[in-house]
Ligand binder design. Sequence first.
Ligand code: PLP
Length: 391
Amino acid sequence: MEKSYWSESVNNLRFSVIRGMSLAAADMDDVINLGIGEPDFNTPEAITRKAFADALNGHTHYTSSQGDPLLLDKLSKTISDATGIDVPTSSILITHGGMGGLASALKTILNPGEQVILLEPHFPDYMAHVALAGGNALKVPTKFEDRYIPRPEEIEHAITATTRAIILNSPNNPTGAVIPGNILDSIAKIAVKHDLLVISDEVYDQILYEPPFESIYTRPGMAERTLVIKSFSKSHAMTGWRIGYCFGPAAFIGQMLKVVNYSTACANSISQRAAIAALDLDPTVIEQMKKRFADRIDMVCSRLKKMKGIRVHKPKGSFYILADISGITKQSQEFANQLLQQARVVVIPGYAFGQAGEGTVRIACTHNSTVLSKGMDRIELFLKRYLQKCP
Ligand code: PLP
């Protein structure tokens, strides 16, 4: 077609690098895919059984756009207990996964050309959601040397007259970094001083290796300006159910409700019943999943640390390891392509997570230890040959 029928914001979107790597491997045999950002465990059976039973009992209709009243009530109690702040149901919205919350939040707050601060390396979808909402991303890099913890003064320095919000993601995809309390304090002060909103993406909050979890939402003045994004996808191995929620100022939720109403009507009713069951689940089930991720991360990090040219920080949360390969090459796509072609291992090239991610690759510990160990053997052998060719 000669004429472009597509909007500029969609036309300019890059096809997902993460999905692209999996597609490149789709026709190959014997591939170990360390690119997949989802738990390999099945959804705990109690959740699926309860959701299906509720579906058979008629929970198959639209719910209100805000969500199933029982789920909202349970969340109000859970969130209020966790944050120590009274969070009424009017401050909560059930969403189509964490992604649904992010997309609707950005559509709710952005006028054309307004800016959102993103800390690189970041979850790639932030860029897309900012662009689709008509905004611009203002990127602030974080560094390996700082363990990928943001420097508040650099965030403040980046703020302009058209900056509307900061997106924080802790625990972080892809770095595994968890923002310490004192840094959250400083970022909170900056947000208050410059009258900015904060979108705090906490979808990995349950996969945290050094609890307790700290949220910027609990800092002085922040409950009035923070939207917290949560999801059952990663914590409860429920990626396909597409169910999450967000909470924040009731006025923000009230505006977002219009976006959700007109875009999806409501979150999937059966998944909302599954979320109720997830909240009632014996917490040891989640602890066991976390323990398995922790063991895998220990093993993979210690293997990677022994490989020449690779630097890693052990993640404090999530199931990702961002391996710094900048001592070997800065061309992460080329490195990932060769690793796939020659060693049949998928990793995600770091440029997918923004400019500051270049010179790294992301490894997801979403396979059992035997598969991960085999993956490490392959990477080790590949690296030896790679370094012989280009020392
Ligand atoms: N936020 C981050 C940082 C993520 O890594 C993901 C998924 O990978 C999401 C949000 C969205 O998760 P979901 O829509 O499956 O709940």
